[in-house]
Design a protein around this ligand. Structure first.
Ligand code: AHR
Length: 515
């Protein structure tokens, strides 16, 4: 491949990453909570049943905010079932995942776990089977200090201090026919507006996210955002986006290109949100909460991987095993998020443990890392700072990406996909410039020349790459380190220039120290 030229300048930034960009998600789904983060009786569990081996891997990943309790689950959830004496909590049918919910873990346990992990909590309210009244009651239960029935109930349950939860999602994927009590955009817009009003009347400090489309492929995409924001514009700070990439077709170049559709999705939602603002002559800018993103397809359309008969408790569903190419596509998604740091100010990897997750656990046994653990760790730990604009002069290829998950079964054309997908983050305090670089060429190494304008002397601090001759290689409980990052040796810096050679089909992280 010919030399790929990249130029950036220290003075030209897209924006600074918001701490909430590095979030994740735990849902009452399969073994995410039960047997995942929470397993009383596990050798590493503490007195509250929180697995310390999982917590230690979570701390490595350093997610900043955690979405809970769903997902599809929240649209049938009664929050009252999950608080109070554990022995008295009801067992319920969960219609989202066709399992039995024991309610042994609920809102207060979630808050305790977040505090232990040093993570900000993000709660979703049920706007499926329930509505504004249950939502404002939950805010009062969680955030009101004392002196009312619900705040005193929380205190009686043992949590004297308010939870002070700031970020709330107004339901989940309410546009999706699979959602319990899905709604039209106008129906949802009205309910979300009224829920937002009363929730903020209980606690003025809340930040709220209205549901956007469940994916760019939804037939209602665009119109949905427009209508929902027409109803909620004055009452919310965020609109949500969800994306799961797939390789159903076994077309790896298209799969690695598909993260570019995430860029399009973000830019389209920004345009719609700003059009709603323009119609009002408003300077308010609605921010984007990309609160579900990942690769997910093997356990998505196959019903057995999604649902187990007999209403089991915590069934092993959605236990997607990730390979090398998944980690590469995933890295591309991290780059898309970084390069829109000006408008995507919250995001959640879906999900954290066992169900479509970077961390897997064995019941009673160890926890281990999937391939996607690594790019998330790089993104989360090294992606904080000012994201610089990059100009990439690079050969391209054409691809067609199949996204058959929704009402629209169609191929998206990607006529000119640059082989290099890149983000550059300047950490001013640390004196670091970090490059996140995906080489999408399956055959050829990518020779990269970069000029870092405004940085007089750069030096390579560390350089890592994740690649494997076998793109289908996975980690397993027996071989948990089969796929892990290795050193990237072909990197040199002099003055403000960097020369590197990125291996074929590789995820690369190059950290430069700045003189
Ligand atoms: O993350 C798995 C599921 O994907 C979530 O419950 C739902 O919101 C989405 O469809």
């Amino acid at each position: 491949m010919r030399n790929v030229e990249v130029r950036l300048h220290r003075d030209f930034a897209i924006g600074s990453t918001h701490p909430r960009l590095f979030g994740a998600f735990i849902e009452h789904l399969g073994r995410c909570i039960y047997g995942g983060i929470f397993e009383p009786g596990h050798p590493t569990a503490d007195a509250k049943g929180f697995r310390q081996d999982v917590l230690s891997l979570v701390r490595d990943l350093a997610p900043t905010i955690m979405r809970y309790p769903g997902g599809n689950f929240v649209s049938g959830y009664n929050w009252e079932d999950g608080v109070g004496p554990v022995g008295k909590r009801p067992r319920r049918l969960d219609l989202a995942w066709m399992s039995t919910e024991t309610n042994q873990f609920g809102t207060n346990e979630f808050i305790d776990w977040c505090r232990l992990a040093g993570i900000e909590p993000m709660l979703a309210v049920n706007l499926g089977t329930r509505g504004p009244d249950a939502a404002r009651n939950l805010v009062e239960y969680c955030n009101h200090p004392s002196g009312t029935a619900l705040s005193d109930l929380r205190r009686a349950h043992g949590w004297l201090e308010p939870h002070a939860i700031k970020f709330w999602c107004l339901g989940n994927e309410m546009d999706g026919p699979w959602q319990i009590e899905a709604k039209t955009a106008a129906e949802y817009g009205r309910v979300a507006c009224e829920a937002a009003k009363v929730m903020k009347w209980v606690d003025r400090g809340l930040e709220l996210a209205a549901c956007g489309s469940s994916g760019r492929r939804m037939r209602t995409f665009g119109q949905w955002e427009d209508t929902v924001l027409e109803h909620t514009f004055d009452h919310v700070e965020f609109i949500s986006l969800h994306t799961y990439l797939n390789n159903y077709d076994g077309d790896t170049p298209a799969f690695l290109a598909s993260c570019d559709l995430m860029d399009s999705f973000i830019e389209e939602v920004v345009a719609i949100a700003d059009a709603v603002a323009a119609r009002r002559r408003s300077s308010k800018r609605i921010m984007l909460s990309f609160d579900e993103w990942n690769v997910w397809y093997r356990t998505r359309r196959d019903r057995r991987a999604r649902v187990r008969a007999g209403w089991p408790e915590a069934p092993p569903i959605l236990e997607e095993i990730y390979n090398v190419e998944d980690a590469l596509a995933f890295g591309g998604m991290c780059v898309s998020l970084l390069n829109h740091a000006d408008r995507v100010t919250a995001a959640c990897l879906a999900q954290l443990v066992n169900a479509i997750a970077p961390i897997m656990t064995e019941t009673g046994g160890p926890a281990w890392r999937q391939t996607i653990f690594w790019p998330f760790l790089h993104f989360s730990r090294l992606g904080r700072g000012r994201v610089l604009r990059t100009h990439v002069d690079c050969p391209t290829y054409a691809a067609r990406y199949n996204d058959p998950n929704g009402p629209i079964d169609e191929y998206f054309p990607l006529p000119a996909v640059p082989y290099l997908k890149l983000a550059a983050v300047h950490d001013e305090n640390g004196g670091l410039l970090t490059l996140f670089a995906l080489n999408r060429s399956l055959e050829e190494p990518l020779p990269l020349s970069l000029q870092a304008g405004g940085f007089h002397k750069i030096a390579v601090k560390q350089a890592m790459q994740l690649s494997d001759p076998d793109l289908k290689a996975v980690n397993t409980k027996g071989d948990p380190d089969r796929v892990r990052p290795a050193a990237l040796s072909a990197v040199e810096a002099a003055g403000d220039r960097l020369e590197a050679t990125l291996p074929p089909a590789s995820w690369n992280v190059i950290q430069l120290s700045l003189a």
